[in-house]
Design a protein around this ligand. Structure first.
Ligand SMILES: Cc1cc2nc3c(=O)[nH]c(=O)nc-3n(C[C@H](O)[C@H](O)[C@H](O)COP(=O)(O)OP(=O)(O)OC[C@H]3O[C@@H](n4cnc5c(N)ncnc54)[C@H](O)[C@@H]3O)c2cc1C
Length: 401
C-alpha cells in the first residue's frame, strides 16, 4: 500500500517525462524534451553498442529525410553524424522489372542539395546517447519497464528490478512489439507481409553515383543505397521461403543472385558482407495515446521499408509531441493531460495512417503478378515521371516538407 510519506516522496522525485526505450526515436524524444527544459528520464533495456569509425559499418542503415536531419541538427547531433560517416543521395532511380518503366527524382527538382542521407542506425543512436549527459537526462540502463499506473495526478512506472519512478508523462518508444502499448490495452491493426528484408553491404563494379536505386521485382523491391565508402547497402525484400534460400547461398551464389536481381545496373557484385534478415509487417496502433501515455516511433506505427520512411515518421512524432508539450507548458497546462495528448495523437495518427496504407498499396501494386495490373503500373510510373508537379509533390512528401 502507498503510504502518505511515500506519496509525498514520489511527488518530490517526480520527473516531467519518462521515456521507455532508447532506440533512435526514444533517444531523440528524450533529448528534444530536455532541450526544452523538461526534467527527463530514459529507461532502456540494453545499452547500445558504441559506434567506432574503425568498425565495419553497421548492417542496419536508414535513409534520413531532410526533415529528420533538421530535427537532429536542432538536437545538436547532426554535425557529428555527418562528420563521422554518412552518405548523401542526390538522385533516386526507380525501375520496374515487369515493364521496364522508370521514375527519376533529383534533388534539384526540389531546389535542394540532397534528397537525404544514408546513415548507420548505430551511429545515430550513439550520437544521441552521447548528448544525453550534457542535456541532464537521467538514464536508467539496463532496466526494463514492466508496469505502469496512470492517474489524474501522474504516472507511476515500475521497473523489473523493483525500482519505481514517477512522472507527469510517459512515452512508449519501446519498438514494434511495444510492451507498454500492450500494458495500456491498445490494440493494433495491420498485416504480416510474409516477407523478409535481407540486408548486407556490397561492392559493385560501378560506383553508386550518390543515387538511391530501387528495382521493383514481383517478390518485392530491391534497394541499393549509397554508402560513404563507395559500396551499397542493400535492402532486398523477398518472400519468406526465397529469403531463406538466399541467406543459405554461399558468397559466390549470393553475388550472382544479387547481380541478376539488380539487373546488373551497377555491374557485377564484387564483394559482400555477411547477410542479416528482418521480418516485415505493417502495424498501426489503434490509438497513439492513453492516460498520461503517448506512443512514438515503431511502438505507434511500423511501415514497409520500400519508402525508407520508418524512422522518419518516428522523428516526426517526436517533433510534433515536443511542440504540443512545450506549448502546454508555456500556457501553464498539464503536459500529460488528455487534451494535449489527444491533439498529438490526432495529428500523428492521421498522417502515419495515410503513409502506412500508401506504402502498403505501393507494395501490393508492385508485387501483383496480374499482367493488366503490371501494365497499369508501368503506365502510372511513366505518367508520374512526366508530370512535374505530381513528381515534385511526391519528392517533397518523402523529404518531410
Ligand atoms: C530492413 C529494414 C530497413 C529499414 N530502412 C529504413 C529506412 O531506410 N529509413 C527509415 O526511416 N526507416 C527504416 N526502417 C525502419 C527503422 O529501422 C525503424 O522505424 C526504427 O529503427 C524504429 O526505431 P524506434 O526507436 O521506434 O524502435 P526500436 O529501434 O525498436 O527501439 C526500441 C527500444 O526500446 C527498448 N525497449 C523495449 N521494451 C522496453 C521496456 N519494457 N523498457 C525499456 N526499454 C524497452 C528496446 O531495447 C529498444 O532499444 C527499416 C526497417 C527495416 C526492418
Amino acid at each position: 500500500m502507498t503510504t502518505p510519506a511515500r506519496r509525498s516522496r514520489r511527488r518530490a522525485d517526480r520527473q516531467d517525462v519518462i521515456v521507455a526505450g532508447g532506440g533512435m526515436v526514444g533517444a531523440a524524444a528524450a533529448l528534444a524534451l530536455a532541450h526544452e527544459g523538461f526534467d527527463v528520464g530514459l529507461v532502456e533495456t540494453r545499452a547500445p553498442d558504441p559506434w567506432k569509425e574503425s568498425d565495419e559499418p553497421d548492417l542496419r542503415v536508414v535513409a534520413l529525410a531532410p526533415s529528420s536531419a533538421r530535427l537532429l541538427d536542432q538536437l545538436g547531433v547532426w554535425q557529428s553524424i555527418r562528420q563521422a560517416r554518412c552518405s548523401p543521395y542526390r538522385h533516386m532511380h526507380v525501375w520496374d522489372a515487369g515493364h521496364g518503366a522508370t521514375l527519376d527524382f533529383d534533388a534539384t527538382d526540389l531546389d535542394i542539395d540532397t534528397l537525404g542521407w544514408i546513415v548507420e542506425n548505430r551511429l545515430v543512436q550513439h550520437a544521441l546517447w552521447q548528448a544525453m549527459d550534457a542535456a541532464g537526462i537521467r538514464r536508467v540502463c539496463p532496466a526494463q519497464v514492466v508496469d505502469f499506473a496512470a492517474s489524474d495526478d501522474g504516472v507511476h512506472v515500475t521497473l523489473e528490478d523493483g525500482r519505481d519512478l514517477d512522472a507527469r508523462l510517459l512515452l512508449a518508444a519501446d519498438g514494434a512489439s511495444s510492451p507498454l502499448r500492450a500494458m495500456a490495452g491498445i490494440g493494433t491493426r495491420g498485416r504480416d507481409y510474409a516477407q523478409r528484408g535481407v540486408v548486407a553491404h556490397v561492392g559493385f563494379e560501378r560506383g553508386h553515383a550518390e543515387t538511391a536505386w530501387q528495382r521493383f521485382l514481383p517478390g518485392g523491391p530491391l534497394a541499393l543505397l549509397p554508402l560513404a565508402d563507395g559500396r551499397c547497402s542493400i535492402v532486398w525484400t523477398l518472400p519468406e521461403a526465397r529469403a531463406r534460400d538466399v541467406l543459405a547461398l554461399d558468397d559466390a551464389g549470393f553475388r550472382d543472385a544479387l547481380g541478376v536481381a539488380s539487373d546488373l545496373r551497377l555491374g557485377r557484385v564484387t564483394s559482400c558482407t555477411p547477410r542479416a534478415a528482418f521480418p516485415l509487417r505493417l502495424l498501426l496502433a489503434e490509438r497513439f495515446h492513453a492516460q498520461r501515455l503517448a506512443l512514438v516511433g515503431d511502438a505507434a506505427h511500423v511501415v514497409h521499408p520500400l519508402a525508407g520512411q520508418g524512422v522518419n515518421l518516428g522523428l516526426r512524432d517526436v517533433a510534433t509531441l515536443r511542440d504540443a508539450v512545450t506549448l502546454a507548458q508555456r500556457d501553464g497546462r498539464d503536459i500529460g493531460s488528455e487534451t494535449v495528448l489527444r491533439r498529438y495523437a490526432r495529428r500523428r495518427r492521421s498522417a502515419a495512417t495515410l503513409d502506412a496504407w500508401s506504402f502498403d498499396a505501393l507494395e501490393r501494386v508492385h508485387s501483383a503478378r496480374f499482367e493488366r495490373l503490371a501494365m497499369l503500373r508501368g503506365l502510372g510510373m511513366r505518367a508520374v515521371d512526366r508530370i512535374g508537379p505530381i513528381k515534385r509533390r511526391l519528392a517533397a512528401h518523402a523529404a518531410g516538407r
